[in-house]
Design a protein around this ligand. Structure first.
Ligand code: PLP
Length: 644
């Protein structure tokens, strides 16, 4: 396989080249572009409104005292995505003459941040959404935030009596909680609690389909999935509800075949199966059954390849909606029953685009030595002389052969050193010579339109390391945990050719704390094209970070939540800051692991006193240390710009 080089040739670099290099239009869904200043911009309303210059915004926010890394949330993007999903279903419904309606229910687990949920539940009119709760805490959030009469709350997850009582009593507040039986055991508790409270529940059944999802999360589905009733249990559930006079409370049938469905075929198969379950339940007398909840899973095309790779999807939301409507329509027409309403629990597809993490690069390390290697002379070791000769013979036509020869000599140097036949100085010089030759080979290669496969590894091995002021574990945990690709790119100098290739290392002391897989039209690449650092701040954005990343993020090395800012365009097209959510300070993070600021300060004060008494520290240094310590506890957990 060959890899196309976007920076081949010597024509001037334009912003269009950057749009293509970083695949912005492939993953950006119309929300992102590059302006004439070479800055990345956000179009929160896609084509309809103004743009937000990310570089200006970050600089502005820093002047106001906010700190990098920072998470920028674009509130309008959430509403745009909700509307888009509605519109795709509405179109499919009118195209096919479907007689049911579509409702969106937002699964709180995807991003539970108060401002995010508030933004979503504030959407009014035909696009108004309900909420899905996957746990008792999420139910409590849903109850407090969703105060529209008749608003739907789909109650999933493990349930105890308190969960069920709370959900049932929410009906008295005018809400419409649908309690989904996820596991057969829950029926008893639901029936008993409802009878005791004298409330007729709205009941849903989650079915365990044999159809499996596709992609990383396919284990959420299939016969061994954690939740859902098997066909036999569905029959038993119907008998049980019938026996208790509650079959007329069964209103919804639900499934979820996993997040990020990458292949449309999985969606189609699940729909075919659930439509048969729906028809079957109606035939068994479940006359109140009027809703099919097809769960979440609508994908996000993170890498912009439109394929069934794990970070992409091989279908559009429009195709997804048409399949749902068409499949249910056919099954219902055949059975002669009315068309059910369709609920989608799309989470990722609603939330991913609205958040961008911005971090600054704090330094770099280059593999190829900047200084030319020490000249090799007559009496030097044969390996050094041979390496020099190999390097001298390098031309545009023989770079692969040169690479093979240099590699052999480098390995010889490594082995000879290990066996004691080469001293450290010679080994170091051989390494320098080898890297220097490789650097020249890569320079030759970068002028070619394509990189031979064999040299892709060299590109990775010789890539710079750009150190970012962020933590992968806190801000992009899925990259570390499941190899999820996110679009990552510099947000400035996009009118300038990127001349370096780098991996991005974070601040943690963990060797996994890095981003070393990047999106690429061919799937993924091990390095990111970046610009040479020139002393000015250099910001990198991690895009499509709005789903799951914040809540799954952890405190590795005690790097805490970042500052988060909610931005919106006002009527005049000006950026307004709606909310600022301060990131964690060091003492807050320490309190999560049970350290108390005052106690720590006191312990250090006593230690300093002892050192003073022993004369090991002077008065001024002791004062400086105390100040630093106390101040440090109040600061941001990430690196500060003040003293850089
Ligand atoms: N509904 C249920 C029951 C889920 O478990 C999930 C998450 O996996 C979702 C909806 C949201 O899925 P997604 O964010 O992929 O749309």
């Amino acid at each position: 396989m060959v890899h196309e080089k976007p920076d081949a040739g010597t024509t001037p670099w334009t912003t269009r080249d950057s749009l293509e290099l970083y695949s912005v239009e492939r993953w950006g869904d119309g929300f992102f572009s590059v302006n004439e200043r070479g800055h990345l911009v956000v179009r929160p309303l896609q084509g309809e409104g103004g743009t937000i210059d990310l570089v200006e915004t970050v600089e502005n926010l820093r002047r106001r005292g906010l700190r990098t890394p920072m998470l920028l949330r674009f509130s309008d993007v959430l509403a745009s995505q909700v509307k888009r999903i509605h519109a795709t279903f509405d179109d499919a419904i009118s195209t096919y003459g479907y007689r049911g309606r579509h409702h969106s229910v937002y699964p709180i687990k995807v991003n539970q941040q108060r401002q995010v949920v508030e933004e979503l539940v504030a959407i009014e009119g035909p696009h108004a959404i309900g909420l899905e709760a996957g746990s008792k805490p999420e139910l409590l959030v849903a109850l407090a935030l969703l105060d529209r009469p008749g608003a739907m709350i789909v109650c999933n997850g493990f349930k105890d009596r308190a969960y069920i009582e709370t959900a049932l009593l929410a009906q008295r507040l005018g809400r419409r909680p649908i309690i989904v039986i996820d596991r057969f055991d829950e029926i008893d508790l639901l029936v008993k609690t409802a009878q005791e409270l004298g409330i007729r529940p709205h009941i849903g059944l989650r079915v365990r389909l044999s159809a499996q999802g596709a992609g990383k999360w396919l284990e959420s589905s299939g016969r061994r999935s954690k939740f859902g009733l098997s066909p036999g249990e569905v029959l038993a559930a119907v008998s049980r509800l019938q026996a208790d006079g509650m079959l007329d409370c069964l209103e919804l049938v639900h499934y979820h075949i996993g997040s990020q469905i990458t292949a449309i075929r999985a969606h189609k198969e699940a729909l075919r199966e659930v439509s048969r379950v729906f028809v079957g339940l109606r035939a068994m007398g479940a006359d109140a059954l009027r809703i099919v909840d097809i769960g979440g899973g609508m994908g996000v095309d993170y890498d912009g390849t439109q394929t069934d790779s794990n970070s992409s999807m091989n279908y559009s939301p429009e195709e997804y909606a048409r399949d749902a409507v068409d499949t249910l329509l056919s099954a219902c027409e055949e059975a002669g029953i009315e068309h059910p309403d369709i609920i989608t629990e799309a989470g990722r597809a609603i939330a991913a685009h609205h958040s961008v993490l911005i971090f600054d690069v704090i330094g770099h390390h280059g593999m190829v030595p900047l200084q030319p290697p020490m000249p090799v002379v007559e009496g030097d070791h044969r390996i050094l002389r041979d390496l020099t000769a190999v390097g001298d013979a390098l031309t545009t036509d023989n770079f692969l052969e040169t690479y093979h020869d240099a590699l052999l000599l480098r390995d010889e140097a490594v082995n000879s050193f290990a066996l004691g036949y080469l001293d450290l100085v010679t080994r170091g010089r051989a390494d320098d010579l080898f890297l220097h030759i490789c650097g020249r080979i890569l320079a030759e290669v970068s002028r070619l339109p394509e990189i031979p496969d064999e040299l892709m590894g060299l590109q990775r091995d010789l890539a710079d390391t750009y150190y970012g002021n962020f933590s992968v574990f806190q801000s992009a945990p899925d990259h570390w945990a499941v190899g999820q690709l996110f679009p990552v790119m510099p947000i400035q100098r996009l009118d300038e050719r990127p001349t370096r290739r780098a991996i991005l290392a974070d601040l943690t002391c963990d060797s996994d704390g890095k981003i070393d897989a990047f999106i690429d039209p061919e799937g993924s690449k091990p390095v990111l094209e970046v610009h040479a650092l020139d002393g000015a701040p250099y910001y990198v954005g991690v895009f499509l970070a709005g789903a799951y990343q914040e809540i799954l993020g952890d405190l590795h090395n005690l790097f805490g939540d970042t500052d988060a800012v909610h931005l919106r365009l006002d009527e005049e097209g000006e950026v307004t800051v709606e909310h600022v959510v301060d990131g964690d300070s060091v003492d807050e993070v320490l309190s999560y692991v049970q350290y108390e600021r005052r106690e720590l300060v006191e312990k250090v004060r006593r230690t300093i006193e002892k050192a003073l008494r022993r004369g090991e520290i002077g008065l001024e240094d002791s004062a400086l240390l105390r100040r630093r310590y106390e101040q440090g506890l109040l600061e941001y957990t990430y690196l500060s710009h003040d003293d850089r």
